[in-house]
Design a protein around this ligand. Structure first.
Ligand code: UT7
Length: 323
């Protein structure tokens, strides 16, 4: 008997305020054409004043639990992937736990920046496979609009806010790659690159700080590392590119998404793309794309999904799931 972590529910939430590229033309030396041609981004959502990461996460969780018909009180564990917590502590996950009225479970955050959801999903799978939980909420939630330098055109036009959530439940599988659930994972990090994407504040400076990025360098690593990690995860599951129904990549830049798909040998007709509407929502981007992919009718039960992401650290990885 093999225990699998199977996706039973999915949900997302995007703040009401939609900001088109044209809004940046008013304050910065930039154009809609530059932003679209260099990143693929057309618009993004920004949280309202006072709207927090835990509030976005809670809305996504309600949607995920609703889609599964699952009672919040019965959830065993809650993991939130975020780099923009409401406070330094307690965790966003405990705030979500309180907001949904869960007291029996345990809750904690995972911080691996844009790769956070892949790391959280891998940890959730490990909790289920090892018998430490039977049901886990895995959430990616961010308010990156709070850590932007609005005078830096090379970063502030790229990011957005939002949240997505999955409910994973333990189920018995056959132990083959035809099983539903998480089939394999691959996680990596290399702290030698900590200075190419970081926030220049935090506890040490007693202020929150703003995001700093050497975009070209991060781009170079992304193109090199994302296809490799997806290949490794597929190999571990005994699968190849031809078996993939949907690549659901981190949504940072359409050019990175396209070149990774090409290297993987998967056509763009098998890639879920939301970057044009969401911008880069860091840890929220993959669960948002999964939720939108289901809503659009692209992702269906039984489909083989490969997720891949890279972010600050650098940290990167991939998870293979049969939906
Ligand atoms: O989620 C975590 C992972 N993050 C990523 O994956 C992001 C990776 N990086 C990227 O997506 C891209 O590097 C960017 C979209 C950030 C930039 O695209 P690029 O093609 O690498 O442009 P660049 O940084 O090489 O800049 C080209 C030019 C520069 O001008 P000069 O030096 O050639 O005169 C920039 O100053 O574009 C300029 N530029 C802009 N121009 C108009 C930078 N930002 C803007 C802007 N509008 N918003």
């Amino acid at each position: 008997m093999t225990i699998r972590a199977v996706v039973k529910g999915v949900g997302h939430y995007l703040p009401d305020r939609v900001v088109p590229n044209s809004e940046f033309e008013k304050t910065l030396d930039t154009t809609n054409e530059w932003i679209i041609s260099r990143s693929g981004i057309e618009r993004r959502h920004f949280a309202a004043d006072g709207e927090t990461t835990s509030q976005l996460a809670t809305r996504a969780v309600h949607a995920a639990l609703g889609s599964a018909g699952f009672d919040a009180a019965d959830v065993d564990a809650i993991i939130v992937a975020t780099s923009t917590p409401d406070h330094t502590f307690p965790s966003v996950a405990t705030m979500v736990q309180n907001a949904i009225g869960n007291t029996k479970g345990y809750a904690f955050d995972v911080q691996a920046v844009c790769a956070g959801f892949v790391f959280a999903l891998s940890n959730a799978n490990a909790l289920i496979v090892s018998g430490q939980a039977k049901s886990v909420l895995v959430i990616g939630a961010e308010t990156f609009s709070r850590i932007m330098d609005w005078t830096d055109r090379s970063t502030c036009v790229l990011f957005g806010d939002g949240a997505g959530a999955l409910l994973l439940v333990a189920e018995e599988g056959q132990g083959t790659n035809a099983d539903r659930g998480v089939l394999s994972t691959d996680l990596n990090s290399d702290g030698r690159y900590k200075d190419i994407l970081y926030v220049d504040g935090g506890v040490a400076t007693q202020n929150t700080g703003v995001l700093r990025m050497e975009g070209r360098e991060v781009f170079r690593h992304a193109v090199e590392k994302l296809a490799a990690t997806a290949h490794t995860a597929l190999d571990r599951a005994g699968l190849g590119a031809d078996d993939v129904d949907w690549v659901v990549p981190h949504q940072a830049n359409i050019r990175i998404i396209q070149s990774t798909a090409k290297k993987l040998g998967v056509g763009m007709d098998r890639v879920v793309v939301t970057v044009q509407d969401h911008g880069n929502t860091s840890a929220a981007s993959i669960p948002l794309a999964l939720a939108v992919g289901v809503e659009r009718g692209q992702i269906k039960q039984g489909d083989l999904i490969v997720t891949e992401a890279i972010g600050g650290g650098l940290a990167w990885g991939s998870v293979v799931i049969r939906w």
